[in-house]
Write a protein that binds this ligand. Structure first.
Ligand code: HXC
Length: 262
């Protein structure tokens, strides 16, 4: 990456970019600098063809991100609050719509904006030590980085409302049980599990994965009839790729496909 960040550690290896939220003194709380740096970084990741997948995690063992920075928010005006939410929302939308898989490796607290960031990722893998909450109501505010919208879509309205209305904290096992996370691992195996997940995805046709992501993201909030129209479009587009020809030829020739991303 061309820029050194103040609040992020960024490492690219084997096509995987690992982004580490790095404000350990504040449990990786998302301050304005971090939000703006994520914005810049995800523009770079979208444009960088050598990056095939992204993992987001937090520095240290204790926290993924303990929310938006409360010290920075405490004196916001009505207009300032709206703008604060909109800035983060647009960055999280950018992460959600990156045309490459993004996996959250949740190593500890994922609270408020931290949980919202994890929910903007495609897949969540949690350490057994991870804890999740939307505690905003205990601070006199609502979630503002998409939590009221993505949480019910992930876990259903009833469970989401319980979490949103009480601010209660749940552990990784409960997060798995309700479908908030895809997998729970021992803390020391978290990054390896996240890497294994993205490597499994990277063995598949990148274009097909990208189209699956676009179809889910575009269709999930639409009527089924609209969603399947989009699905038929992306299905058709796959037949313009060398990877479709290779994938189907490999199956018929009883060998492993060698995808080139074309
Ligand atoms: C700013 C934070 C912070 C936060 C922790 N810190 N969370 N600073 N914003 N969200 C800081 C603490 O002030 C403290 O700094 C240091 O990190 C360590 O935290 P402690 O509280 O001492 O640690 P501990 O006792 O272990 O408690 C951990 C914790 C607690 C349970 C995670 O810190 C906590 O409840 N944090 C707030 C969680 C929260 O309410 N998040 C939602 C925020 S609202 P010092 O300098 O004292 O060492 C939000 C809205 C998003 O996210 C939408 C916006 C539009």
């Amino acid at each position: 990456m061309s820029v050194a960040y103040e609040t992020l550690l960024v490492e690219i290896s084997g096509g995987i970019c690992t982004v580490c939220l790095n404000r350990p003194q504040a449990l990786n709380a998302l301050n304005e600098t971090m939000i703006r740096e994520l914005d810049h970084l995800f523009d770079e990741l979208a444009a960088n063809d050598s990056v095939k997948a992204v993992i987001i995690t937090g520095s240290g063992l204790k926290s993924f991100a303990a929310g938006a920075d409360i010290a920075q928010m405490k004196d916001l005006s009505v207009e300032g609050g709206r703008k604060w939410a909109q800035l983060g929302q647009s960055v999280f939308r950018k992460i959600e719509n990156l045309p490459k898989p993004v996996v959250a490796a949740v190593n500890g607290f994922a609270l408020g904006g931290g949980c919202e960031l994890a929910m903007a990722c495609d897949i969540r893998i949690a350490s057994s030590q991870a804890k999740f909450a939307q505690p905003e109501v205990t601070l006199g505010i609502t979630p503002g980085y998409g939590g009221t919208q993505r949480l019910p879509r992930l876990v259903g309205k009833g469970r989401a409302k319980e979490l949103l209305f009480t601010g209660m904290m749940i552990d990784a096992a409960e997060a798995y049980r309700i479908g908030l996370v895809n997998q729970v691992t021992a803390p020391e195996e978290l990054l390896a599990a996240a890497a294994a997940m993205v490597e499994k995805i990277m063995k598949c046709s990148p274009f097909a994965v990208q189209m699956c992501k676009a179809a889910v993201n575009n269709g999930v909030d639409d009527e089924l009839d609209t969603g399947i129209v989009y699905e038929a479009e992306v299905f058709g587009l796959c037949f313009s790729t060398a990877d479709q020809k290779e994938g189907m030829a490999a199956f018929l020739e009883k060998r492993k496909a060698n995808f080139t991303g074309r």
